[in-house]
Design a binder for this molecule. Structure first.
Ligand code: NAD
Ligand code: AHE
Ligand code: ZN
Length: 433
């Protein structure tokens, strides 16, 4: 198909909150600096559901734009019609001019957080955010011509998060492609495109030292082993052995945080969820070292208490937790997560994506008295450099992935998969595309 338009099946979100429609879509060939990928497996993430649930399109019209302030739940980056999806794995079908790091046949994970290694963000060593294509990925187009590569009978279909993986073929920027070990099972490692890394390396959990090794160094076996051994990861973790950790929300992201905190030697990992079923999964109850054990040692359901949850946790922990992680996307819970931290040193990390227009608040005194409020995207991982390394860790059984997959379906069942996510019994559902 190289250089030609491919017609394939994709799940189209024509409108917010309306069932996705599986239909033929035309996928244009990759232009300079772009890669066309045959997606083999994709999982669903809560962020897809959040964007899909939006009510208006940011760009629909100037009048609607102003109405956004009246409908604050909508993702301003959610444009319709679009192809959602950002947690996937596949094989490179063709590449555009100037693409050097991947070639047809390579096994890859598309990364919604790019890594160009040239922009001010990438060079800083202080963040995994990348500025090179972000302006385009936030408005559903490709950077070079600000156009979409997807269309249906001439109608453009927006991209989403620079990945659009609910399609048999997608086009992404080359800076958004992580080349991985071809032996890795794509039906599993697709999860390393979002949820699991987000939790397990939640900045304060497992901080990596910079500079990040290049792909070439990694391929040569240098870098991670040389400068960042696994032990060093644990040793540089800010969740010191013995820390008390609170994890708000025991979905995939929260359980991955618990797993990371357990590996870092936390003494107590308190899981907080309004759904008591989540505790069984978090602890695996009777089998403390079973693969299903994500490390949650205690469970608190806020519904069982009349007092604010932060007060309950402060009392349970003799003054507060050392670290808390908000893995829900609820601004009231974000406040509770900060306020349950110990005076003088407690740190709270926001991972959840709150609805657009919502704001966090607390008494500034909470910060004056030594608590720190932070956030993280994709767990602080530099995508192109570190996703291949995460795949290696998975292959060596050093991080869990399989345990997060509770359901497997096909792309044709995607609406059912979203229903499963909303019912709450599902961690990750992987779709065969
Ligand atoms: P999930 O829906 O599987 O898990 C959320 C959990 O929170 C559920 O178990 C639910 O029962 C619980 N919950 C809901 N309301 C609660 C409340 N008021 N108090 C306590 N528990 C409550 O979601 P997930 O896939 O684990 O994702 C979690 C959040 O992280 C989402 O907002 C998602 O968009 C976001 N996310 C962020 C990043 C990032 O890079 N920062 C990456 C992936 C996902
Ligand atoms: N479009 C949303 C923001 C969504 C958001 O915060 N996304 C996270 C990733 S969620 C993955 O499941 C993120 O990485 N943000 C940093 C970035 O560059 O987008 C909104 O509300 O505007
Ligand atoms: Zn996600």
């Amino acid at each position: 198909f190289q250089g030609q338009i491919i017609t394939c099946k994709a799940a189209i979100a024509w409108e917010p909150n309306k069932p996705l429609v599986i239909q033929d879509v035309q996928v244009a060939p990759p232009q300079a600096g772009e890669v066309r990928i045959k997606i083999l497996f994709t999982a669903l993430c809560h962020t897809d559901a959040y964007t899909w649930s939006g009510k208006l399109s940011f760009r629909s019209s100037i009048i609607l734009w102003s109405a956004i302030h009246l409908l604050p739940l909508q993702d301003p980056e959610g444009l319709f019609p679009c192809i959602l999806g950002h947690e996937a794995a596949g094989i490179v079908e063709s590449v555009g001019e100037g693409v050097t790091e991947v070639q047809p046949g390579d096994h890859v994970i598309p990364c919604y957080q790019a890594e160009c290694r040239e922009c001010k963000f990438c060079k800083s060593g202080k963040t995994n955010l990348c500025g090179k294509v972000r302006a385009a990925t936030g408005v559903g187009v490709m950077m070079s011509d600000r156009k979409s590569r997807f269309s249906i009978n001439g109608t453009p279909i927006y991209h989403f998060m620079g990945t659009s993986t609910f399609s048999q073929y997608t086009v992404v920027h080359d800076v958004s492609v992580a080349k991985i070990d071809p032996k890795a099972p794509l039906e599993k490692v697709c999860l390393l495109g979002c949820g699991v890394p987000t939790g397990s390396n939640s900045e304060d959990c497992l901080i990596m030292k910079f500079p990040i090794p290049s792909v070439v160094e990694l391929a040569n076996g240098q870098g991670i082993q040389g400068s960042i051994s696994l032990g060093a990861v644990w040793n540089t973790a800010k969740v010191e052995p013995g820390s008390i950790v609170a994890v708000f929300g025991l979905g995939t992201v929260g359980l991955a945080v618990a797993e990371g905190a357990k590996a870092a030697g936390a003494s107590r990992i308190i899981g907080i969820d309004i759904d008591s079923k989540k505790f069984e999964r978090g602890t695996s109850l009777t089998l403390p070292y079973s693969p299903k054990n994500f490390g949650v040692s205690e469970f608190v359901n806020p519904k069982d208490h009349e007092r604010p949850i932060q007060q309950v946790l402060v009392d349970l922990t003799d003054g507060g937790v050392d670290f808390s992680f908000e893995c829900i996307g609820n601004v009231s819970v974000m406040r509770a997560a900060l306020e349950c931290c110990h005076k003088g040193w407690g740190t709270s990390v926001i991972l959840g994506v709150a609805a657009s227009g919502q704001e966090i608040s607390t008494r500034p005194f909470q910060l004056v008295t030594g608590r720190t409020w932070k956030g993280t995207a994709f767990g602080g991982f530099k995508s192109r450099s570190q996703v291949p390394w995460l795949v290696e860790k998975y292959m060596k059984k050093e991080i869990k992935v399989d345990e997060y997959i509770t359901h497997t379906l096909t792309l044709g069942d995607i609406n059912k998969a979203f229903d499963l996510m909303h019912e709450g019994n599902c961690l990750r559902c992987v779709l065969e595309v």
